[in-house]
Ligand binder design. Structure first.
Ligand SMILES: O=P(O)(O)OC[C@H]1O[C@](O)(CO)[C@@H](O)[C@@H]1O
Length: 451
């Protein structure tokens, strides 16, 4: 099970500081499980792993097998919570460079992501990569109205229809969306497409263990039952309100104590490139959940040891308004040992025979020591390995910690009203019907100089 190590944070936050939060955590725990918290309509994630395993995932596995048979490449179209979890799990569970590996090693089709930006060159490049391949599309949007995936889907669908004709295209498009609402639902029904439902009571950033994540992951060859089993084990293990027994609550309490002492940023650090997209998932989870009412810790991330040669300077000696949370794997995976090479003066003879993962871990310990000495409290979250099961545990660990963290902060962790501001401006500038007066007002502001 996921463990929290506070050794490198003890100088910055004492045990009594986070223990004092026990009554507040207990109260939140009770209200969370009673459905008596702000945003209570979005608590479906709390028992999602056990309920999904109880109900079974046969239809999803059948669709995943069909995609594996139909496709050389699967394009997953979505953004935010309809994108990041699947990408995080794919990179965590599959080998690095999985799209370049032979299909037998990978287990499923190549996987590409689209609809997570508005870049024309990037989309054009994707179409070039897809040329000549048998392609399936899984378009994912809970609201069914998000601009980025809607735009990319329109382009990709037209492209697919050109390649295989409208009828075959319909067999190759899988839609994951809300049960009843939204343009995507209407479109899917009108076209008779295969659809999967995102439950009403699970918000986008909490949706990785719904078909949002499970369908593309199963199609890609990730053992999704193991992923769910890990999350279910965490659901069970983290069902206690006691800080001593619940590392997710301890993590929430410690970060809250650090925030109260003036820390404004939390930097998630990791030492395996396979965790890069996991950090992106984590940033959306905490950023959208906590950053509101002019409050919250800003969630950032660093990829070590890469970023020790760029952001490392800032973290060691820059503004002291941050703390780090380091994710480590007890068993990182395959070994690569440094060969003993006679007659080569590269200064590495003392490391001959050492495993690269051991060297990486010494870098991690050295960095935790240096950063803690430099005034950056370091929390460590220990995960067993890169298995789907361990990842399931970690997804649930952070989902729960984030909910409690937001509630400790006094915000509704399950809404995201702030994401609408740019959308309103963008729709006005794009000339969306209904936004005419907003457009006139914005154009006038832009001409006069922005105030
Ligand atoms: O699944 P949808 O509705 O396309 O939303 C995608 C993402 O966009 C947001 O609503 C922000 O605009 C996120 O909360 C969400 O995960």
């Amino acid at each position: 099970m996921v463990e929290l190590d506070l050794r490198f944070a003890e100088g910055a936050v004492s045990e009594s500081e986070w223990r004092q939060l026990q009554p507040f955590v207990s109260d939140i725990h009770r209200r969370l499980h009673a459905g008596d918290v702000p945003g209570a309509d979005f608590l479906g994630w709390l028992h999602l792993p056990s309920e999904t395993l109880r109900d079974g995932i046969e239809p999803l596995l059948t669709a995943a097998t069909a995609i594996q048979e139909q496709a050389d490449a699967l394009v997953v179209v979505g953004i935010g919570g309809s994108y990041l979890g699947a990408r995080a799990a794919l990179e965590w569970c599959l080998p690095e460079y999985f799209n370049q590996l032979p299909r037998a090693v990978r287990g499923g089709p190549e996987v590409y992501f689209a609809g997570n930006h508005l870049s024309a060159p990037a989309l054009a490049d994707l179409l070039r990569v897809l040329a000549g391949k048998r392609v399936c599309i899984n378009v994912i949007s809970k609201s069914g109205t998000t601009t980025e995936p809607a735009v990319a889907f329109r382009v990709l669908r037209a492209w697919l229809e050109e390649q295989v004709g409208p009828e075959e295209a319909r067999r190759r498009i899988y839609v994951t969306t809300d049960r009843v609402r939204g343009a995507l639902r209407r479109f899917a029904e009108a076209e008779g497409l295969k659809t999967f439902v995102i439950p009403d009571d699970v918000g986008g950033r909490y949706s990785v263990l719904t078909p949002v994540g499970l369908l593309p992951l199963a199609a890609a060859g990730v053992p999704v039952a193991e992923l769910l089993e890990g999350a279910r084990a965490a659901e069970e293990a983290l069902a206690t309100d006691r800080l001593d027994d619940n590392p997710a609550y301890r993590y929430a309490a410690v970060r809250n104590a650090l925030h109260r002492k003036g820390k404004a940023l939390e930097v998630l650090a990791f030492y395996e490139p396979a965790l890069r997209s996991f950090a992106e998932w984590w940033k959306q989870l905490f950023g959208e959940s906590e950053g509101k009412d002019h409050k919250g810790l800003f969630p950032a991330s660093v990829a070590y040891t890469t970023d020790l040669h760029s952001l490392g300077q800032f973290i060691q000696e820059g503004a002291r308004n941050l703390f780090e949370t380091v994710i480590t794997l007890d068993h990182p995976g395959e070994s690569v040992s440094l060969p003993a090479v006679a007659g080569v003066e590269d200064g590495l003879a003392y490391l001959a025979g050492r495993d690269l993962s051991w060297i990486n871990d010494q870098a991690r310990i050295a960095t935790q020591l240096a950063h803690a000495d430099g005034g950056v409290p370091n929390l460590r979250i220990r995960v067993a390995d890169r298995s789907a099961r361990s990842l399931g545990e970690l997804f649930y660990f952070f989902e729960l910690a984030c909910a409690v963290s937001g509630l400790l902060l006094g915000v509704n962790p399950f809404d995201q009203p702030g994401v609408e501001a740019y959308k309103t401006n963008m729709f006005a500038l794009l000339g969306k019907p209904g936004y005419e007066s907003a457009q006139a007002a914005l154009r006038a502001r832009l001409e006069e100089g922005v105030r």
